[in-house]
Design a binder for this molecule. Structure first.
Ligand code: ZN
Length: 431
């Protein structure tokens, strides 16, 4: 078990050579390394994006480190991190960053996304000093911004450096850390979705993201109790897991290794939150409960035998296009529905397409099962780990309404053109 906070992770030089990120470090020297990194690149003026909570968590180590290198700091400060990253907020931060040499995000998901977007729009480096091991976006080239009420991921220039101090990160609320662990573990399902979409729909797949993550998943399972107890070194491992998972998305060129059907369920709740004001929960908290559900679907799918699958009966049981259209507009209304509907049309199959896909699945089932074993973990194992870290494992434990979560299990597949286990399970008549 992890006991001290020596350097926990440092991205190897060979990896950094092929990535846009040029430094990635988890350990006690994070603030001074960040300051040196900027100073060596001639940075003299920075915009520091933070809020009052993250100021308390990390400014006392970060600010003196920057000052010791004579870097001038201009703050862009929010009262508290309870808002959402929208394109309007990103534009405000971006305007403040004009004329700066770099932008620093001191915070978790929202503040990091705003800093990344401000760096991208101004074509200046962005570096991050995370305050919570709560999500895997620190090293990714993706920001989640709400545009006209619809939360969409869009590409950005990734942070040039990410420096995480375990002592700082471990001051975040336990629920945030558990959410980060759950977001990381969602890859047990999302990577499985991705690989099967390669088998069935010829989607590009590479196992490099999996290799990058290495053995950190095992260390997360081993250290779940210590993470739950707030041990900084163990929380540093959670941070390592999230950072390497972000690299995987950069290498894959999409969020596919870390975002499958379980993320669609979470997006469904977030969109209902935006449109109807229902409460929602932390991204990773929702994703974790959804992952336990989608791993349950995978468990049922992988237990099938080819002879169990009656292709024609499966096709006959599918809802009609008219029925699905009614559901989409019932869930989202005219305005958002008009943006959602084309997403579904891009991946929907007619009867012949379904016949081909289900038959292909049937014929390749033993190969698929073998391939998927690498990523798939039983839902109970993932649930036990999230619970040990202090996170929710049932819909009823989420701050979001349980009935919305349960409704999303059937309807979230219509939100996005990406093929996921939600589609495969529906095609096979499983829920
Ligand atoms: Zn996520």
């Amino acid at each position: 078990m992890a006991t001290d906070t020596a350097t926990i992770y440092e991205a190897p030089a060979a990896l950094l050579e092929e990535l846009p990120v040029k430094a990635c470090y988890v350990g006690p020297e994070a603030a001074s390394r960040l300051a040196t990194f900027l100073s060596e690149r001639g940075v003299q003026r920075v915009l520091l994006v933070l809020d009052e909570n993250t100021r308390t968590a990390g400014a006392h180590v970060l600010v003196p480190a920057l000052e010791s290198k004579n870097i001038t700091i201009t703050e862009f400060s929010y009262p508290a991190e309870i808002f959402e990253a929208t394109d309007t907020e990103a534009n405000k931060v971006s305007e403040a960053a004009a004329g700066m040499d770099a932008v620093i995000g001191l915070g978790a998901g929202t503040l990091s996304d705003l800093a990344k977007q401000a760096g991208t729009l101004n074509k200046i480096p962005c570096v991050l000093f995370p305050t919570a091991a709560s999500m895997n976006g620190y090293t990714s080239g993706i920001v989640a911004l709400k545009v006209r009420g619809l939360k969409r991921t869009q590409t950005c220039i990734p942070a040039l450096g990410v420096f995480a101090d375990p002592e700082v990160v471990s001051t975040a609320p336990q629920r945030m850390v558990a959410a980060g662990v759950a977001d990381f573990l969602s890859k047990c399902s999302s990577n499985t979705d991705w690989q099967v979409s390669h088998h069935l729909r010829d989607v590009f797949f590479t196992d490099r993201p999996r290799k990058l993550v290495g053995d950190v998943q095992d260390r997360i399972f081993e250290n779940a109790g210590a993470i739950g107890a707030g041990n900084p070194a163990a929380i540093g491992i959670a941070m390592e897991a999230l950072l390497t998972s972000g690299f995987g998305m950069v290498i894959a060129g999409s969020s596919a290794p870390a975002s499958g059907g379980e993320h669609l369920i979470s997006h469904f709740i977030d969109m209902k939150h935006a449109l109807e004001g229902i409460p929602n929960d932390l991204h990773g908290a929702q994703v974790g409960v959804a992952t336990i559900y989608t791993l349950g679907l995978w468990e049922k799918i992988l237990a099938l035998k080819p002879d169990d699958i009656d292709v024609e009966a499966c096709i006959a049981a599918q809802p009609t296009e008219a029925q699905i259209k009614e559901w989409v507009f019932e869930d989202w209304g005219d305005k958002v529905g008009a943006e959602v509907w084309p997403q579904w049309l891009e991946k929907q199959l007619d009867a012949d397409g379904l016949r081909h896909e289900i038959t292909l699945f049937k014929n390749r089932l033993s190969d698929i099962r073998k391939d998927l074993e690498t990523d798939f973990r039983p839902p109970q194992k993932v649930s036990d780990c999230i619970a040990a870290c202090g996170g929710p494992v049932t819909a009823e434990e989420l701050y979001a309404p349980a009935e919305v979560f349960h409704h999303a299990k059937g309807r979230a597949r219509y939100l996005r053109n990406r093929f996921t286990v939600l589609d495969l399970a529906a095609e096979l008549g499983l829920s």
